[in-house]
Ligand binder design. Structure first.
Ligand SMILES: Cc1cc2nc3c(=O)[nH]c(=O)nc-3n(C[C@H](O)[C@H](O)[C@H](O)COP(=O)(O)OP(=O)(O)OC[C@H]3O[C@@H](n4cnc5c(N)ncnc54)[C@H](O)[C@@H]3O)c2cc1C
Length: 330
């Protein structure tokens, strides 16, 4: 007899596995079908291993700047094979972590390639070509990523604000439903989709204006909301703040003086419309503005907030002050 679940998820990337955990928390009997590695592109090839490689690159750069900081590090070299080996180990460690989370949440993991058979049925083929019994589920979430072209009959997947495809009981989340192709967007869709299925009250659709975008260049770039150009195009009157890293004590101590924080406010209401950071740790700092935007903050709350000293976050506070003609350290 076909195993029957409340929810079956196809693809165990950051969209699928997070949806599975949330479904289990909400009491759903859940299965997840994955043809390669738990964690998907993000954890095995994308977000995580690339950051492990970047860490090596950052350390290498720092060592080459050693004399600037009163240190000596001569003849600094790298061993590419070991650099890659470390990044693979990090990915493997985290993929094993997802397997643990699936066990902990009693999610049934099925190792194979899924194809939809209609009426809540999914055919699964194992890695060596063996056929498993069909899986049946009241609800099915497609979380197959941007390389989902192998899923028959589904190109592209169009969904509404609750990730419903239009076919009863069939949903899609993550890269397969389109941009922005980001892991945190996929996970967020996974949670809201499952909560909507479970009938949780007060679920919000994805607020696209509050999705942070991060570029792990050197220096880093991160932003949330509209750019000044986009905001002006909408005809709004704006107040713009800018503050450079070069005027911040912590940035000078770190030797990271390149960059700035720019903030875009609605002139009349003081609503934070957008924030853009270019400089060291931009991808960590942006979360402060993401929270502010999600809470629909105005400049009044941001000016009242205390920024710890000495930190790079003070550049954010000063940028807000600058938008209203009140910057202190410039
Ligand atoms: C090099 C690189 C770096 C990146 N860096 C970042 C970053 O720093 N931050 C960020 O937010 N995003 C980053 N991304 C993007 C991020 O990886 C994706 O947005 C994210 O993985 C999408 O998640 P997903 O769950 O939709 O799909 P995926 O992670 O693609 O997972 C889909 C899973 O479905 C499985 N699958 C597909 N078809 C089937 C089937 N028929 N049956 C069973 N299983 C199936 C696949 O094997 C895969 O494991 C990066 C991407 C790349 C390539």
């Amino acid at each position: 007899m076909a195993p029957t679940f409340d929810l079956a998820i196809i693809g165990a990337g950051p969209g699928g596995y997070v949806a599975a955990i949330r479904a289990s928390q909400l009491g759903m009997n859940t299965a997840i079908i994955e043809r390669e590695h738990l964690g998907g592109i993000c954890l095995n090839w994308g977000c995580i291993p690339t950051k492990a490689l970047l860490r090596t690159s950052d350390l290498y750069t720092a060592m080459r700047r050693a004399s600037e900081f009163g240190l000596a590090a001569d003849n600094v070299r790298f061993d590419l094979a070991r650099v890659v080996e470390r990044s693979r180990k990090v990915a493997e460690w985290l993929s094993n972590g997802i397997a643990y989370l699936m066990r902990k949440n009693k999610v049934t993991v099925i190792d194979g390639t899924a194809s939809l058979k209609g009426n809540g049925a999914i055919a699964v083929t194992g890695k060596d070509g063996q056929r498993f019994p069909n899986v049946e589920a009241k609800h099915i979430i497609i979380a197959t990523g941007a390389r989902a072209r192998t899923l028959p009959g589904l190109e592209p997947v169009v969904v509404d604000e609750w990730c419903r495809t239009g076919a009863p009981g069939l949903y899609a989340i993550g890269d397969v439903v389109g941009p922005p192709w980001l892991a945190h967007k996929a996970s967020h869709e996974g949670v809201l989709c499952v909560e909507k299925i479970a009938g949780v009250e007060g679920v919000h659709p994805l607020n696209k204006t509050a999705i942070p975008a991060c570029t792990y260049s050197s220096p880093q770039v991160a932003s949330v909301g509209l750019t000044e150009e986009e905001a002006r195009a909408s005809g709004r009157e704006l107040k713009i703040g800018r503050f450079p890293y070069s005027a911040n004590g912590k940035a000078i101590a770190l030797g990271e003086t390149e960059g700035l924080v720019k903030t875009v406010f609605h002139a009349q209401s003081g609503a934070l419309i957008g924030a853009h950071i270019f400089g060291a740790e931009a991808t960590e700092l942006i979360q402060g503005f993401v929270i502010a935007k999600t809470l629909e903050t105005t400049e009044a709350e941001l000016i009242a907030a205390i920024f710890p000293h000495p930190t790079l976050s003070e550049i954010m506070g000063e940028s807000v002050l600058d938008a209203f003609g009140r910057a202190l350290h410039i």
